[in-house]
Design a protein around this ligand. Structure first.
Ligand code: NAD
Length: 265
């Protein structure tokens, strides 16, 4: 059962680091042409594009702030210019600005909602408009595939991170609602909810003593790596998951299994 994405075009937002980088790399390995969106780090995005092209694949980099409507329009316009269509969107960009509730500023609240939730909304809306406009490209069973990068915090409350947890809870309902709305058009919308995956967003929490404490919350006994998420994205984008619609795949080593209850039966 091989997941191939030949002749397909994938946009991955926030792909100059972490999970987005791994998703772009693995979608390219599976045969897709990839659009590597970056916000503030063009260099790693360009290095990834060069590596993909050196291996015989197709890739471009596009700078865009996903929270800005005009930037998202330009991201899709540049994709069409380079590759003539789009089949897959991985709406991955996200950020944290942590503070206890009583210390959180309105700026911190709004900044996280704007990128994590509004940014995904704008990218998903533009992708659906494009899938409708371009019709059936004959490259996959669905007319378009969308993967929203959520988090285990779409269901696990997270003290000290109310802006982030609210954005991810919002992504869950946004994803399900849009999936329900566009499934009849042949468009599949799903989400991935990573648990603790070692990347730049959580470097201080996954190393040393904090990392050891974190392991207690992961029944499977290891902190995840970005490739764990990239593999799930390839499967969700492929025809192997053609009947999967409006679902969240938890890639979390069992973090959502209430591990504190182990041995307390
Ligand atoms: P990361 O910090 O490496 O990646 C986040 C990416 O988003 C960066 O490339 C950043 O440039 C980009 N970004 C930020 N603001 C942007 C904007 N305005 N426009 C475009 N891009 C922007 O961290 P990561 O762990 O790879 O996170 C990727 C996604 O995975 C996020 O949505 C995050 O919430 C989610 N996630 C990560 C984990 C984890 O354990 N690493 C767990 C659950 C969910």
């Amino acid at each position: 059962m091989e997941c191939r994405l030949d002749k397909q075009v994938a946009i991955v937002t926030g792909a100059s680091s972490g999970l987005g980088y791994a998703c772009a790399e693995q979608l390219a390995d599976a045969g897709a042409a990839v659009v590597i969106n970056y916000h503030s780090q063009p260099k790693p995005a360009e290095e990834l594009a060069s590596r993909i092209k050196a291996a015989g694949g197709r890739a471009i980099t596009v700078g865009a702030d996903v929270s800005q409507e005009a930037d998202v329009a330009s991201l899709f316009a540049k994709t069409l210019e380079a590759f003539g269509g789009v089949d897959i969107l991985v709406a991955n960009s996200g950020m944290q600005k942590d503070a206890p509730l009583t210390a959180m500023t309105l700026d911190q609240w709004e900044a996280v909602l704007k990128v994590n939730l509004t940014g995904q909304f704008l990218c998903v809306q533009t992708a659906v408009r494009q899938f409708e406009a371009q019709g059936d490209r004959g490259v996959s069973r669905a007319r378009g595939k969308i993967i929203c990068m959520s988090s285990v915090h779409q269901v696990i409350p997270w003290a000290g991170h109310v802006n982030y947890a609210a954005s991810k809870g919002g992504i869950m309902m946004m994803m399900q609602t849009i999936a329900q709305e566009v499934a009849e058009k042949g468009i599949r919308v799903n989400a991935i909810a990573p648990g603790a995956i070692r990347t730049a967003i959580n470097a201080s929490e996954t190393e040393g003593e904090k990392g050891a404490a974190l392991l207690k919350l992961i029944p499977y006994g290891r902190i995840g790596v970005a490739e764990d998420v990239g593999k799930a994205a390839v499967w969700l984008a492929s025809d192997q998951s053609d009947y999967v619609v409006g679902t969240t795949i938890f890639v979390d080593g069992g973090m959502t299994l209430y591990p504190e209850f182990r041995g307390n039966g």
